[in-house]
Design a protein around this ligand. Structure first.
Ligand code: DX5
Length: 233
């Protein structure tokens, strides 16, 4: 059974001085989940938020949270993100020496484990941990900043993840992140992605975030074709 289309805002463009209001507004706008971009200034050349900020926003919405950990050696702080209310924890394949152990420990903490692949990282990096994962994130930009150009050269990698999941009998979400917009989401959905992170495209829509989310969702569903779209109800 194909997994449904999900539109997941990245809060990077949000007004950080009133995050509680912002996450509540995203829920009212029809978002399916919220992504927190955690950057440590080491793994990526930018510094954003930690678990305390996520925990502060937790009481303001019932939407599920995912933590996208763009940090070196994430294993040290995993429990903090689960305690902060994240049900999905995304580890970068390039950020740790012991990927199998780290994703295994995410599961032991009761969260859904996921692995992100930077643009240059091959799909083979998740082959031997795919059975432990609920989601694979194919980065469609080099991580670290919002507002970058979408890399359509990552679409064959999305298709490769879908094929590997089929080959190994693994049921996973396939997520893309970076430059997702009305003009790019169709390519990613057609390649096999079902979860779409969007930042700039939501906040820049003159008709508002609810319009942007509905527009992205319908474009993704129509690009996935009849067989896949049915699953998304
Ligand atoms: C980049 C982050 C993305 C980014 C998406 O490293 O992982 O989530 O904020 O923003 P847009 O949609 O503006 O590319």
């Amino acid at each position: 059974m194909a997994r449904p289309v999900q539109i997941v805002p990245s809060v990077l463009p949000a007004d950080f001085s009133r995050l509680g209001d912002e996450v509540r507004a995203l829920e009212e706008a029809g978002a399916d989940r919220i992504q927190w971009d955690v950057m440590d200034g080491q793994f990526v050349p930018n510094l954003t938020i930690g678990p305390d900020v996520i925990a502060a926003a937790r009481p303001h919405t019932s939407l599920p949270f995912e933590a996208h950990l763009m940090v070196q050696r994430p294993e040290g702080m995993l429990p903090r993100y689960v305690e902060a209310g994240c049900e999905v924890v995304i580890i970068h394949a390039e950020s740790t020496t012991h990927l199998h152990r780290v994703v295994d420990s995410v599961g032991e903490l009761g969260a859904r484990a996921a692995v992100a692949l930077n643009p240059a990282t091959p799909v083979s990096a998740v082959r031997y941990v795919l059975h432990l994962l609920d989601l694979v994130l194919v980065m469609t930009v080099n991580p670290g900043f919002g507002g970058q150009r979408y890399l359509s050269t990552m679409e064959p990698k999305v298709a490769e993840v879908a094929a590997l999941a089929g080959e190994l009998g693994c049921d996973v979400d396939i997520e893309v992140d970076g430059g997702v917009a009305p003009e790019t989401i169709g390519g990613a959905a057609g390649a096999g992605a079902n979860v779409f992170i969007a930042g700039t495209a939501l906040w820049r829509d003159p008709a508002g975030i609810a319009h942007a989310i509905a527009d992205l969702r319908s474009r993704a569903e129509s690009a996935r074709g009849p067989g896949l779209s049915a699953a998304s109800g």
